[in-house]
Structure formats: C-alpha cells, structure tokens
Design a protein around this ligand. Structure first.
Ligand code: PGA
Length: 240
C-alpha cells in the first residue's frame, strides 16, 4: 500500500482528482469505480473543474458505483443515484447509458447483483476504484464480519453505519439494507484509491494499515492489493 498524507481534505481532493485525470488522459474509455459519501466530494468538484477547463472528457467513460440503498426511491435526495448525478454526472459529458448504479429496488436482488458483476466483467474490469472508508473499516457497504465477501450482494447495515449516515435522513427513515459490491469485486480493480479525512477515521486507518488482514476490518484486505494508494489528511493519519 502506498500512503500519502495531505494537509487537508481540499489538497487531498486535488491529488485524488489528478490520479483520475491521468487515467482519463491515458484512456478516454476508462472504466471507473466510484464512491459516494462526504469524502469524494472535493475530488468530484475538481474533476468537474478539469472537465469545464477542457482538460478531461467523460464522453466514453464507463462507471460503476460501489453501492446503493435498498427500499429508497431512486430519486430520493439520499439515494446514491441522486448523489452521483448532483455531485458529478450532471456536470460532465458522461453518457447516461455508461453509468451503472445498482437498483436497490430490484425485485430480485440476487439477479440485480449478478447482472452488475457481469457488466463489470463485460466492460473489461475496473481501471481505478475510488473508495471511502467507514469509521468501522467498511469499504463499500462491506461491514465487519467473519469472512471477506466476494461479489455484489445485499447487506444488512450495521449500527455504526446507521449512526454515521442517519444524519442525512430527515424525511424518510434510513434504509437498513443496501446492495454493495463485495470485497472480491473491489479487489479485482486494477488500481484502488482510498481517501479518508478527519479524526473519526483515524482508528480505522490505523487498523487498515498496521493491523492484521481480517474481515473484521474489511479495508485491511487492501494490504494485499498490488496497486492500492491511501490518500489521508493529517487527522485520518494521526495514529499511524
Ligand atoms: P464518508 O463515508 O465519506 O461520508 O465518511 C465513507 C464510507 O462510509 O465509506
């Protein structure tokens, strides 16, 4: 794992955006794995700026999002579909047909999950996967458990995640289930960029970097990835 430490979330966002921009300049038809949450917002803001400056294009880019809530209308303000459109897709030239976000309202979630994994494979795999990390060490919605997950599946969210994310849910109650790429799907990405900011992530980052590889800290598996880079602000890196 490569570890890079930044003064603050803004400078970290610039560096993360640079990694993605380099990839898009190298291959305009790149396959990107994308994440939601507060962490990637500065990265997306910078990518939008670069697009508007004519430095990069998303015209032929294909995207797969890590996860989506179950039982939440697609256009709810807290759906990850809405998040991605508001924070990135609506501001760049991506083709909607190249955007893949799990349907958390699918009747047959197993089939939805299998189709998603098949679509990643058909696209040639993910070139770069962007990741946040939960306070409990989760990646995507792969919560601490007794074994590492493999492909995309339906997960019951833990209390830690419900607590961390419930602040956004002031109208509808927060869903207790989600569809998420599995740890195996994430590890299949050719490159992984994990971003973490703020003191609440410090313990999870310590466990990820210095602890043993264990499904109790799902992000610890990144120690075994051949090309994983962790971009941290000083607060998230404070226990290293
Ligand atoms: P956050 O979430 O970026 O909103 O902190 C990260 C995560 O839970 O994966």
């Amino acid at each position: 794992m490569e570890i890079r430490i930044f003064e603050d979330a803004a400078s970290l966002g610039l560096a993360a955006a640079d990694i993605f921009a380099e990839q898009l300049k190298k291959n305009g038809a790149s396959v990107l794995g994308l994440a939601t949450g507060a962490s990637p917002v500065p990265t997306y803001n910078r990518l939008i700026e670069m697009y508007k400056a004519g430095e990069i294009s998303f015209k032929d880019v294909v995207t797969f999002n890590l996860d989506e809530y179950c039982d939440l209308p697609k256009d709810d303000k807290n759906s990850y579909y809405t998040f991605m459109h508001e924070n990135l897709f609506n501001h760049v030239d991506i083709q909607e047909s190249n955007v893949h976000i799990l349907d958390g309202n699918a009747e047959d979630t197993e089939q939805e999950a299998a189709a998603f994994d098949a679509a990643i494979k058909a696209a040639g795999g993910i070139d770069i996967q962007l990741l946040g990390i939960g306070n409990n060490g989760h990646i995507g919605f792969n919560e601490p458990s007794n074994e590492f997950t493999t492909g995309t599946f339906k997960v019951k969210l833990t209390d830690s995640t419900l607590q961390a994310n419930s602040r956004y849910f002031d109208e509808n109650p927060m869903p207790h289930y989600a569809l998420t790429m599995g740890v195996g799907s994430i590890m299949d990405a050719k490159k992984i960029v994990l971003i973490a900011t703020g003191p609440a992530k410090a313990q999870a980052i310590f466990d990820t970097v210095k602890g043993e590889v264990t499904p109790l800290v799902p992000a610890s598996i990144l120690q075994k990835h051949p090309d994983a880079v962790l971009l941290l602000d000083k607060a998230a890196a404070s226990l290293l």
